[in-house]
Design a protein around this ligand. Structure first.
Ligand SMILES: Nc1ncnc2c1ncn2[C@@H]1O[C@H](COP(=O)(O)OP(=O)(O)OP(=O)(O)O)[C@@H](O)[C@H]1O
Ligand SMILES: [Mg+2]
Length: 331
């Protein structure tokens, strides 16, 4: 049985213009513990909203959400909020939220803020909790003394390390990292990526690594899910999807990575994703797709299976490949 199975999750927000479907029946799996799944997509494609469904941390205006999430053999989506809080949140699945490094309280020393989770359920005495935080800080490459500093005394990279330490407090096995390096300059970004790889190798974490940067996903992911306009476009092993993509959207994302060598110019992804309140009735990428033909504007493509472990949502595959993926194996 897969380590994590996410089946047909969806989420709708209530907005002044009506219901906005940010996640539209998305399914994916993490087969093995210790694997890294990269979730890639442009801003607004629904990545953070997917995290909300998996981790049950929602903005107030969520109108409806659902689908099935099975983690290590347990259907966690069927748990009550109380059960989820006691058994899963932070102790099994932890999240480094998008912008977490900027959400430290400015008037409380960083170490105390990270220690809070250890004190909440009286897991430890204050002194032991602080010692544990110092240990975690060293693990993420910060000196122990940093625990006594206020957030403004830390650089961006140090704050992000502290945010990662905070996610580790209750020894989770799955860590969801939502754009963990987007706010950092490239050299600090590289340091954080190396830290994540080191933690994974030494402690065996499973990651969901969310990014709009396909090159970063290529650097860390074993498997990737490419999302666009709330839906899954392509899913499969990173080395297949990122070298021989079957979806034109993935292809455009890859073409937009600048290359240092060779004469090839980056091919920018032109246009904007569709307005989520007025998405095309056919393929959602059709208005921007260089390969679009009649059927693309008329009918929404299902996920096709160009290989047993690879799926993609493009009508061109209807001719080349076999059949649309039946719902029972789509996950
Ligand atoms: N609280 C909210 N209320 C209404 N609409 C929202 C809310 N949060 C997100 N959205 C909308 O839902 C869609 C998906 O947003 P989401 O934040 O999940 O995307 P994302 O892929 O994480 O983007 P980014 O890369 O910018 O973080 C977007 O159209 C966004 O405008
Ligand atoms: Mg986001």
């Amino acid at each position: 049985m897969a380590f994590l199975t996410v089946s047909d999750i969806f989420l709708e927000y209530e907005t002044p213009r009506g219901a906005l479907r940010a996640v539209d029946d998305v399914s994916f799996t993490i087969e093995e513990r210790g694997e890294t799944l990269g979730i890639i997509g442009e801003s607004g494609s629904g990545k953070t909203s997917m995290v909300s469904v998996m981790t049950r941390v929602f903005p107030r205006n969520v109108r409806r959400f659902g689908g099935t999430v099975t983690f290590d053999g347990t259907e966690i989506s069927a748990m009550s909020d109380e059960q989820y809080r006691r058994k899963i949140r932070w102790s099994e699945i932890a999240v480094v939220f998008q912008g977490a490094m900027n959400s430290f309280n400015p008037v409380i020393r960083v170490g105390f803020q990270v220690a809070e989770r250890l004190l909440l359920d009286r897991l430890m005495s204050k002194a032991d909790a602080f010692k544990e935080v110092e240990r975690l800080f060293e693990l993420v490459g910060l000196s122990r003394d940093v625990a006594r500093l206020f957030p403004h005394e830390l650089s961006g990279g140090m704050k992000q390390r502290a945010a990662i330490a905070s996610a580790l407090t209750l020894k989770p096995s799955l860590i969801v990292l939502d754009e963990p390096t987007s706010a950092l300059d490239v050299s600090v970004q590289a340091q954080i990526m190396n830290l994540l790889k080191k933690l994974k190798t030494e402690l065996g974490f499973t990651y969901i690594f969310i990014t709009h940067d396909i090159a970063l996903a290529a650097d860390i992911a074993d498997r990737v899910a490419v999302v666009h306009a709330g839906e899954l476009r392509e899913f499969g092993p990173a080395d297949t999807v990122l070298t021989t993509p079957n979806d034109p959207y993935t292809e455009r994302l890859l073409a937009s990575i600048p290359r240092l060598h060779g004469a090839e110019k980056p091919g920018f992804l032109t246009g904007a994703p569709p307005d989520p309140m007025a998405r095309p009735t056919g393929c959602r990428f059709e208005p921007r797709c260089p390969y679009a033909f009649d059927r693309c504007a008329a009918e929404q493509p299902p996920l096709f299976h160009p290989a047993p472990d690879h799926s993609a949502r493009c009508w061109r595959l209807a001719e080349q490949s076999t059949q649309p993926v039946p719902p029972e194996v789509r996950s």
